[in-house]
Design a binder for this molecule. Structure first.
Ligand code: NAD
Length: 418
């Protein structure tokens, strides 16, 4: 299997599906799911008041080698250029070994807020005295997770000073293994609360997972050929673009948005919770008290560009929609993932490479020229172009270097009238 297929982007949709289906051993049913998406009955079972579903294009990012494994990474996004950018930038790492990832584990935090405590330090000590009982109580709630080696492993007690009082906040430190874990952790937090109230003589109010999953950190690293990126001047501009983002929150927000273009698309394709991952990523970016870059970019002694990305990635391969949404199931099969940590590694790899693609464009020709062709395609469709007329409209707009909607509408109307 190889993810480096020359001219992959030039194939028709049918040809691409056939190739991916062959490489990933997709069944006819899975291929059908890719083409037709979510059945309405399933949508009705997933959320409330269903009246339909909104489709987002699903593509695959090519040219990825992650920890030595060739992989096509499914991405669901409505934004033009995102998948092409990831596939292009991944090529610059491919020959130098690809992307390498590591993970701190699959551990989440559940928070239990205890109020009306006169002696917060005393309450904290008492909670630790009952640590084993608390852990046992929680783990009894999820024997499946415990059998898999997961469950509550430890507790922490944080004293949080607020305007009115010092709150005692118990953290359940839960290994949720291949699940994202929110339901598992929330169930434990709710069930153990009466015990926490008895121990502390306080009043428990909130009992919920924290999306700042700082015990579920994923790191990605890649070395990128400076020549393939357009030379040393562009590579130096990329480094200074990173330094700009790391020092200035206005720039960092957009810089990290570029990272999340890749991450959110891959998270969505795998049926995971995009909001949970985004909340965690941005909270982590602000962990020093200032909102900073999630990535770093440096030049090594060999003159290659080295990028790293570090963020919390709470994603699962069981639970949530991962095992119910037929397209998500096919996406996981395309990547051949065996664990939540492996999936998180692929997602982080896309995030790193996506960031490089935007920085490269910004440091060289600007992002608009790459965007305009796809933007013209969207405008052509909006103007009513269909079939091969879409490409002809785009071609003419590119030749004229005119991407105004009124001109695209004129071109579309004249070609449709032929
Ligand atoms: P889940 O409860 O559907 O699945 C997890 C359960 O699956 C575990 O408790 C375990 O009993 C079982 N399981 C079977 N095989 C497993 C394996 N190999 N590894 C781990 N567990 C295994 O889902 P979840 O992952 O606990 O929760 C995810 C859902 O919670 C998402 O849909 C998310 O949107 C939602 N959610 C998120 C938040 C938040 O992020 N703040 C809050 C509430 C709900």
């Amino acid at each position: 299997m190889t993810s480096r297929i020359k001219g992959f982007y030039l194939l028709s949709v049918e040809e691409r599906i056939k190739l991916i289906a062959e490489q990933s051993n997709l069944t006819n049913e899975e291929v059908e799911a890719l083409k037709s998406g979510l059945p309405l009955e399933l949508a009705d079972a997933m959320v409330e008041n269903v009246i339909g579903h909104i489709s987002v294009p699903l593509g695959v990012a090519a040219n990825f080698k992650v920890n030595g494994k060739e992989v096509f990474i499914p991405m669901a996004t409505e934004e033009p250029s995102v998948i092409a950018a990831a596939s292009n930038a991944a090529r610059a790492a491919y020959e130098l070994g690809g992307i390498f990832t590591s993970s701190s584990g699959t551990v989440m935090r559940g928070q239990i807020q205890v109020l009306n405590i006169g002696d917060p330090h005393g309450a904290r000590a008492k909670i630790f005295e009952h640590k084993d009982e608390i852990i046992e109580h929680c783990n009894a709630k999820d024997p499946t997770l415990v059998k898999l080696g997961g469950g509550v492993k430890d507790i922490e007690v944080h004293l949080i000073d607020t305007a009115k009082e010092t709150m005692v906040v118990v953290h359940l430190i839960v290994d949720t293994k291949d699940a994202m874990g929110a339901n598992a952790v929330n169930t434990m937090a709710e069930s153990v609360s009466p015990l926490i109230e008895r121990i502390t003589n306080g009043r428990v109010v909130l009992r919920i997972i924290s999306n700042l999953a700082d015990k579920r950190i994923v790191r990605a690293r890649g070395e990128f050929s400076t020549d393939m990126l357009g030379g040393m001047e562009i590579a130096k501009n990329i480094v200074s673009a990173y330094e700009f983002a790391d020092a200035d929150p206005y720039r960092a927000a957009t810089h990290n948005k570029g990272v999340m273009n890749g991450i959110t698309a891959a998270v969505l394709a795998s049926g995971n919770d995009t909001r949970a991952v985004e909340a965690g990523a941005h909270a982590y970016a602000a962990r020093t008290g200032r909102y900073r870059s999630l990535t770093t970019w440096e030049l090594n002694k060999e003159g290659n560009l080295v990028g790293t990305l570090e963020l919390p990635l709470a994603v699962g391969i069981v639970g949530g929609a991962t095992k119910t949404h037929p397209v998500a199931k096919a996406a996981l099969k395309i990547m051949g993932v065996q664990s939540a940590e492996e999936l998180a590694g692929y997602i982080a790899a896309v995030g790193l490479v996506e960031n490089l693609a935007s920085l490269r464009a910004l440091s060289a020709e600007g992002i608009q020229s790459g965007h305009m062709r796809l933007h013209a395609k969207n405008l052509a469709v909006m103007a009513g172009a269909t079939g091969d007329i879409i490409d002809r409209v785009v071609q003419q707009a590119v030749e004229e270097k005119d991407f105004r909607y009124d001109r695209i509408l004129e071109i579309t109307n004249s070609l449709r009238g032929e």
